[in-house]
Design a protein around this ligand. Structure first.
Ligand SMILES: [Zn+2]
Length: 341
């Protein structure tokens, strides 16, 4: 039995198409998940437009933001059963003996391979998932929302774990994409005042950021950054996905402040990092997430402290992936969600 899958088949720009693929065989410690919904990530778009900075195992089924129903369990899986509603973490392959895994930071195991680039992802009907990746979701949490647990965990990791924002902080988020808006929402939950910065074309996405209690800024956010005491923002979260915005972050941040870089792009920087030294700034990278963050984010989604509905711009069948990708690429929607057929 074959199912339609969104396959990224080569490194050249635009090398994505629908292919019919076999249902995967599972191993002893895996489950077979019937995918209910899968979010389109900025990184799926980057692989489509071939401006990504990570190695890809072509051909690969895209999609790493997903939830579904367990339809089969491997012989050594005992915690899960058919019919369980779950979401999955993204670290499909890790070395459990890597020192990073041994301290619980398996997301930073350099041998890690994720869904959608290292192994087949979830933009299709069935995906093979190691049982250790799974988290149970409550019946009242719809899959359309639950599939976005993953980007929420990226934001939680960046804002809560890696930046440790405090109530009253003034936080500037560069880039009104999914990760930018969710980081802004997370900073609001931490008690910060938050401005989200975009370009003229981003008005729609900035309006959505305002639904999370943030200020939307088109253009230069310097007046907002220095409004309190003339010194700049306590924290700048760079979620723009291009290198050069680090220069803007260095201008906006206050002395002894923090810059957390969660957006990434392969371009060389070409500017001096001296402001980091002169201002005594902490520059922090943030990558991925792990089990305790997933449990926290699921609690926030379940108790409705975090509502992802404002960012969902629509749900399309996987065969209409191109429309869903285009709308997100053009910034017409913050987040596109797909439904397998
Ligand atoms: Zn993602």
């Amino acid at each position: 039995m074959k199912s339609a899958a969104v396959v990224n088949y080569a490194p050249e720009k635009g090398s994505v198409e629908i292919r019919e693929i076999e249902r995967p065989e599972i191993g002893d410690e895996d489950v077979l998940l019937q995918v209910e919904n899968v979010g389109v990530c900025g990184s799926d778009l980057h692989q489509w437009t071939a401006d990504h900075s990570w190695p890809v195992n072509y051909p690969v089924v895209l999609g790493h933001e997903f939830g579904g129903v367990i339809t089969r369990v491997g012989s050594r899986v005992n915690k899960w059963k058919e019919g369980d509603r779950v979401v999955s973490e993204t670290a499909a392959i890790i070395d459990l003996n890597n020192p990073m895994s041994r301290i619980g930071l398996y997301n930073l195991d350099p041998t890690r391979k994720g869904f959608g680039y290292g192994v087949n992802g979830a933009m299709t009907k069935y995906v093979k998932v190691p049982a250790r990746c799974l988290h149970k979701i409550p019946d009242q949490l719809p899959f359309e929302q639950a599939c976005l647990t993953e980007p929420c965990c990226v934001a939680y990791s960046a804002v809560v774990e890696n930046t440790r924002i405090k109530p009253g902080d003034r936080v500037i988020v560069l880039g009104p994409g999914t990760i930018g808006i969710l980081s802004a929402a997370m900073a609001r939950l931490c008690g910060a005042e938050v401005a989200v910065v975009g370009l003229d074309a981003d008005t729609h996405r900035l309006n959505i950021a305002e639904q999370y209690g943030c200020i939307g800024v088109v253009g230069d956010p310097t007046p907002w950054a220095i409004e309190r005491d003339g010194l700049g923002a306590d924290v700048v979260i760079d979620a723009a996905g291009v290198s050069i915005t680090l220069g803007i972050a260095m201008k906006l941040v206050r002395p002894n402040g923090k810059i957390t870089k969660v957006g990434w792009g392969p371009q060389p920087l070409g500017i001096s990092l001296d402001p980091i030294v002169q201002k005594n700034v902490t520059l922090q990278g943030s990558f991925s997430h792990n089990w305790p963050m997933w449990e926290r984010v699921l609690a926030l989604l379940t108790n409705k402290q975090l509502d992802v509905r404002p960012i969902i711009g629509g749900v399309w069948p996987v065969t209409q992936w191109h429309t869903a990708f285009e709308k997100m690429h053009k910034g017409e929607v913050v987040k596109s969600v797909l439904k397998p057929e």
